[in-house]
Design a protein around this ligand. Structure first.
Ligand SMILES: Cc1cc2nc3c(=O)[nH]c(=O)nc-3n(C[C@H](O)[C@H](O)[C@H](O)COP(=O)(O)OP(=O)(O)OC[C@H]3O[C@@H](n4cnc5c(N)ncnc54)[C@H](O)[C@@H]3O)c2cc1C
Length: 495
C-alpha cells in the first residue's frame, strides 16, 4: 500500500550521527594490534574467509563484487550496512562451515534475513563482520497431528501462514507477511492472536541453531534448556538459527478487519477505543492508528492524500459474539468497516503494511495504561489540526495473555505494559528522517508518564534499550558468554 520512495545520497550516514556510536568489540582492542597492522590484516582475514567459503562452495559477496550492493541492502532502505562481506548458505552444513571458518579467521558474523529489524545496526562498525543471509534456507513442513510447523529460518511469515492454513491451522504472525518468522520469534513477537495466546515465542517448541563452535544443536526444554530460554525473546546474536518448531493454533479462518474514519473524528474514536480496551475480552487484539497518506494515484481513494484514524485487529470469536464485541466501536459509524470472517492469509493485508522495501524511521515505547489523559496527550500531537510528519502513530493493545508469563516460557514470555506505542515516518531524505524521529520522540516524551521503561525487542530500533529484568539480563549475558566466549556473533540488540 505504501509506496517505495528513493533514498537520498549520503542519507544513512546522517542517521549514524543521530545514534550513539556503538563500538562493539573492536579488532584492534581484542588482539592488541596497532590500528595500522589490524587494518592491513583485516583485509587478509576477509580474503582468507572468502577463500575458505569459496572452497566450501558457499555463495559470498565482497565489496566490489557485482552482487555485494544488492546483498547488503536491507528492507529498511534508510539504513546502510557496510559489512566485510555477505554470505548465503544453502543448508545447515554450509552454516556450520561458515561459522567455523569465521571463528578461525577472527571475523564476526551477524544473522539476517529481510532487514526489517536493522535499525539497531545504525552506527555499528561492520568492517569485520560477515552478514549471514538466510534467504536460501526456506521451507515449511506441517505436522497436522502434532499441530507443529517446522520452519526453516529464511521462511517469510506469508509462506508459513499459507502452509498452515492448508491444514486449517493458524500461526501467531505479525502484521507484515514479508517479515521472517524466525527473526520475529527470536525477539518474542507481538501478533494479533496475542491477547488470547500470548507472546508468539511461547509457542516455539524447539530450535535448531549453529553455535559459535560450529556445531548444529537441537535446543528445547530438555536439550540445552538455558539456551532455549534465552533464544525465545533474547535470541539476537546467540548463533545462526537454522529452523524452529512452532505450535500451531486451532483456527481455520478468522474474524478480522478494520474500521476507518477521517482524522477529524479522532477525539471521539481515540477516547472510545481507549475506554473500550479496558473491558475488551482477551479474544480481541486491536490496534489504533492515526495514519497520513500522501496523494498517490496507486492508493485507493479512501486512503490517497488523507489523514485517518484506523482501528484494526482480530476478534477470536464466532461471528455473532464478535459483532457484539465490536458493537461499541461500530456505533461511531466508521466510514469503512471491513470486519468479518476472512481466510487466514487475508489477515496479512489488514494492517496495510508497506508491500515493498521502504526507507523508514521508527520510535517505540511501552505504556502501562492508555487512559483518557494519555489519549488526550496522544491527540495533542497527532490529532485533528496538527501537522505531523508521521505516517503512522500507533497504539497497540496488549495485556491479556501478553502480560502473563508461562512456566515453560523463554526470557520474554510476557511483556510489561498493556499498550505499545509505535511511530513510523517514511524517510527518503535526511530532512524527512530528522522530522520523523523528532515527531516520534516528542510523542514518546508526551506519554512518558505512562511508559513502563521496558521495550519490545521486535519494535525497538535503538541499541541499549531495556527489554528484561536486571536479573534476566544478567542471566542472558552469562549464557551468551558461555556459548560464545569470543563474541563471534553480533546481534541487532546488545545484551
Ligand atoms: C512493516 C513491519 C511490520 C512489523 N510488524 C510487527 C508485528 O506485528 N509484531 C512484531 O512483534 N514485530 C513486527 N515487526 C518487527 C519485526 O518482527 C522484526 O523487525 C523482526 O526481527 C524482523 O525479522 P527479519 O528476520 O525479517 O528481519 P532481519 O532484520 O533480517 O532480522 C532481525 C534480527 O533477527 C535476528 N535473526 C534473523 N534471522 C536469524 C537467524 N536465522 N538466526 C539468528 N538470528 C536471526 C538477527 O538478530 C537480526 O538482526 C514489524 C516490522 C516491520 C518493518
Amino acid at each position: 500500500m505504501i509506496m517505495f520512495l528513493p533514498v537520498a545520497e549520503g542519507y544513512p550516514r546522517y542517521l549514524e550521527d543521530r545514534h550513539p556510536r556503538f563500538t562493539g568489540r573492536g579488532l584492534c582492542g581484542r588482539l592488541g594490534w596497532s590500528r595500522r597492522t589490524a587494518a592491513s590484516t583485516l583485509g587478509g582475514m576477509i580474503t582468507s574467509l572468502h577463500t575458505e567459503l569459496r572452497l566450501a562452495d558457499v555463495e559470498t559477496h565482497l565489496p566490489g563484487d557485482d552482487g555485494y550492493d544488492d546483498a547488503r541492502t536491507p528492507w529498511n532502505r534508510a539504513v546502510e550496512l557496510r559489512p566485510a562481506g555477505v554470505a548465503f548458505p544453502r543448508d545447515a552444513e554450509e552454516v556450520c562451515a561458515l561459522v567455523r571458518a569465521a571463528a578461525e579467521t577472527g571475523l564476526r558474523l551477524a544473522a539476517m534475513r529481510t532487514g526489517h529489524g536493522v535499525g539497531p545496526f545504525v552506527g555499528v562498525d561492520l568492517s569485520d563482520v560477515f552478514i549471514v543471509k538466510t534467504d536460501h534456507l526456506t521451507g515449511v513442513t506441517i505436522d497436522p497431528d502434532r499441530r507443529i510447523a517446522r520452519i526453516m529460518s529464511g521462511t517469510l511469515w506469508r509462506d508459513v501462514v499459507v502452509a498452515a492454513a492448508g491444514f486449517g491451522l493458524a500461526v501467531p504472525h505479525g502484521s507484515a507477511g514479508d517479515v521472517s518468522a524466525v527473526g520475529f520469534l527470536l525477539g518474542g513477537g507481538l501478533s494479533f492472536y496475542g491477547r488470547r495466546h500470548g507472546v508468539s515465542a511461547n509457542l516455539v517448541r524447539s530450535i535448531e541453531i549453529v553455535t559459535a563452535d560450529g556445531e548444529l544443536r537441537h535446543v528445547d526444554g530438555v536439550h540445552a534448556p538455558e539456551l532455549f530460554w534465552a533464544l525465545r525473546g533474547g535470541g539476537s546474536g546467540l548463533g545462526i538459527v537454522v529452523a524452529v518448531e512452532l505450535e500451531l493454533l486451532p483456527y481455520a479462518d478468522v474474524y478480522a478487519g478494520m474500521l476507518l474514519w477521517d482524522r477529524e473524528r479522532a477525539p471521539e474514536v481515540v477516547t472510545a477505543w481507549a475506554r473500550w480496551t479496558r473491558d475488551a475480552p482477551e479474544s480481541a487484539t486491536t490496534s489504533l492508528r492515526i495514519m497520513s497518506f500522501p496523494p498517490l494515484p496507486e492508493l485507493p481513494p479512501f486512503l490517497s492524500g488523507r489523514d485517518l484514524v484506523v482501528i484494526d485487529g482480530v476478534v477470536l470469536e464466532e461471528d455473532e459474539r464478535a459483532d457484539e464485541v465490536l458493537a461499541e466501536l461500530r456505533r461511531l459509524s466508521p466510514e469503512v468497516d471491513t470486519f468479518g470472517r476472512i481466510p487466514l492469509a487475508a489477515l496479512l493485508e489488514v494492517h496495510m503494511d508497506p508491500p515493498q522495501p521502504t526507507p523508514a524511521v521508527t520510535t517505540h515505547s511501552m505504556l502501562a495504561e492508555f487512559d483518557e489523559e494519555a489519549a488526550a496527550g496522544f491527540l495533542e500531537l497527532v490529532g485533528p489540526g496538527t501537522r505531523t510528519p508521521l505516517m503512522v502513530a500507533e497504539v497497540r493493545h496488549l495485556g491479556g495473555a501478553f502480560a502473563r508469563s508461562t512456566d515453560d516460557g523463554g526470557i520474554l514470555s510476557r511483556v510489561e505494559g498493556d499498550y505499545a506505542l509505535h511511530t513510523v515516518a517514511v524517510a527518503p531524505t535526511p530532512e524527512a528522517a530528522e522530522a520523523g524521529l523528532a515527531a516520534g520522540e516528542a510523542l514518546d516524551a508526551r506519554l512518558a508518564s505512562w511508559a513502563t521503561g521496558r521495550y519490545a525487542p521486535t519494535f525497538t530500533e535503538r541499541r541499549g534499550r531495556t527489554f528484561f529484568s536486571a536479573e534476566d539480563s544478567d542471566e542472558l549475558a552469562r549464557i551468551r558468554a558461555a556459548i560464545d566466549p569470543a563474541g563471534l556473533f553480533v546481534g541487532n540488540h546488545t545484551v
